[in-house]
Design a protein around this ligand. Structure first.
Ligand code: SF4
Length: 251
């Protein structure tokens, strides 16, 4: 009989049955350098069967201390945004690209993302959400497999492996740039509509529009690398956008 403890992570991850088992599997993870500086590994929180999964960047100072994602000022804004569409955080699931805090809240590094995201991919498989809302650059780039920035990608609806993906500014962005607060509330209102569509089983159509008045917002791309349809204003070159084909299917 094979000794499971000697199997590569990628093999054992596929055999994990639920989030509790995944959390136990990750354990006191020391697979990257962030283990040296974190206080608490932040696994994720919420309804394990949620239709809506939020993915943020990484734990901050408060999250690192409490072991829960989005508990500081950005978390309070996220709760407010959820409340604006009639949701409580217990009805969704919230996770991050990285499960441990980068020291000083620096950006996640590529090798840290590569090492940690198999756990996130497993969370996505187990939760099996209809819709993923990516909060900020790092989550959006990871899920869509693109180098494009959130400012360019927010306001669009994507589809990755049959899941709707809605890129949204990270709530922390509104703490530093108050002009983004209104954009966030607008995007959450649109997110609610995408949720409704997903629950109704409404197919994602390349020409879908949210409704009159939002023509500038909703375009559906089967190919997040930018190879699919674009609006008239999006044909200009965007240096750095695009992703290798093998990065386009993540889940
Ligand atoms: S960030 Fe991820 S890979 Fe690195 S120690 Fe934490 S859980 Fe492990």
């Amino acid at each position: 009989m094979t000794d499971a403890s000697r199997m590569p992570d990628r093999v054992r991850l596929g055999a994990v049955a639920d989030l509790d088992e995944l959390c136990a599997f990750i354990g006191d993870c020391r697979r990257c350098r962030l283990a040296e500086t974190r206080t608490t590994l932040v696994f994720g929180v919420g309804d394990p069967g949620a239709d809506l999964l939020f993915i943020g960047e990484a734990p901050g100072k408060n999250e690192d201390l409490k072991g829960e994602p989005f508990v500081g000022a950005a978390g309070r804004l996220l709760d407010e945004l959820l409340g604006s569409i009639g949701l409580h955080r217990s009805e969704v699931y919230i996770a991050n690209v990285l499960k441990c805090r980068p020291p000083g809240n620096r950006d996640p590094q590529a090798d840290e993302i590569e090492t940690c995201t198999p756990f996130l991919a497993e969370q996505v498989r187990l939760i099996d959400p209809l819709v993923i809302a990516t909060l900020g650059n790092f989550a959006t780039r990871y899920v869509l497999g693109t180098d494009a920035g959130i400012t360019r990608l927010r306001g669009r609806l994507f589809e990755v492996d049959g899941r709707r993906v809605v890129p949204i500014y990270h709530p922390a962005a509104a703490l530093y740039s108050p002009d983004k607060r209104g954009v966030l509330f607008d995007d959450f209102r649109r997110l609610a509509t995408v949720m409704q569509w997903a629950r109704e089983g409404r197919p994602v159509a390349p020409t879908a529009r949210l409704s009159a008045g939002h023509e500038d917002w909703l375009e559906v791309f089967a190919d997040p690398s930018g190879g699919a349809e674009r609006s008239a204003g999006e044909h200009e070159a965007d240096a750095g956008e695009g992703a290798p084909a093998d990065q386009q299917k993540l889940f």
